[in-house]
Design a protein around this ligand. Sequence first.
Ligand code: S3P
Length: 436
Amino acid sequence: MHYLIQPASVRDAAVTVPGDKSVSHRAIMLGSIAEGVTEVSGFLAGEDCLATMGAFRRMGITIERPAETELVVHGAGLHGLRAPDGELDLGNSGTAMRLMAGVLAGQDFAATLTGDTSLTGRPMQRVTTPLTLMGADIESRDGKPPLRIRGNPHLVGIDYPLPMASAQVKSAVLLAGLYARGRTLVTEPAVTRDHTERMLRAMGVPVSGRDGRISLEGPARLRACPVRVPADLSSAAFVILAGLLAAEADILVRNVGVNPTRTGVLDILQAMGGEITLENPRNLGEEPVADIRVRSSALRGIEVDPSLVSLAIDEFPVLFVAAGAADGATRFTGIGELRVKESDRIAAMAAGLRALGIRVEEFDDGAVVHGGRFAGGEVQSFGDHRIAMSLAVAGTVAVGPVTVHDVAAVETSFPGFEACLEGIGADIRCVREDSQ
Ligand code: S3P
């Protein structure tokens, strides 16, 4: 399956994008181990979160889905999960695997977590090391999935300095900490998304967090509460950039999560000259949201502040496209984590931008992108949803048609992406190879 994007004018529009992936995963996981019924609205019906839903159903949790984006999770309490009858396949989702490893560490049964080719190539020692210290018994294939997790109902809390800024690892340790005796303390080298902490607090677990030191006391029981999922800023970022790059557009993206641990992308685009304003800021349950207005802007190259990296970790592919269209060079440093995402995102974006005529210098943990004008051409997604969507946005302002190959993975995080881009005036067609 590929995208064919033809030059067309992005224009004024008001759109919504699907629910936040991180919050949707957590709503299922925490709802499943809470006491009571968790009603979820705005759920992201993408493949990653559906994989999490399938896995918890296979551990005996009843999850109703009265509408596409609404769930009713019947929590079974901290000790209510049952051994699944086979391997749990989490598809493409690193978040599902790492956070579930934390939950499974505290069970009195064993389970195996596996995934697709991308996920089974990703590093898992980052979670198996702390979870083993807490008392779980985990086998892996040289630190990679499948993970065979033999839970231990007698976990003990740890004081764990995270070796890398990762909300997934922080969350895995905190979720295991719910089951452990005593205090679990995680120290982060840089602030990462705090959705787990917010949802745990909403479910009645006292979580303290100051200066990147987050702790809770186990064992801790969760009380179900409604979860309203905001629209995903990581998905909105594609629309935001398409609007900034357009010749003349004013685009409103409604009801987007603007948790300050996620908004690095807005700071970086504003520093590049992007005209972005947050309107009608408010709270949706535990999460701050706003309507984001974007007006076409001339972007300029900058040195991206490395302290913003963990706050924009998923938006670097689209930021590479912003840099490719900017006036002058943009330097990215401290982004080595991008090499172990769904693909090696530094290499993938360097290849994609070069294929569109942009000069890119690539380093181990960074890149310099020399802005210019995108030519038409053929680019690869490397099976990575965010690479596919970022290069599609480049196509909206290229001087000729752009073909993005291998785009099926877009379904993991942004069902309806093509329709959304069409809604702002882009000319994008999704072509199935067998329908040509
Ligand atoms: C996520 C954390 C990030 C991010 C991922 C979602 C989460 O990963 O890239 O898409 O929901 O906790 P890391 O924590 O590994 O950086």
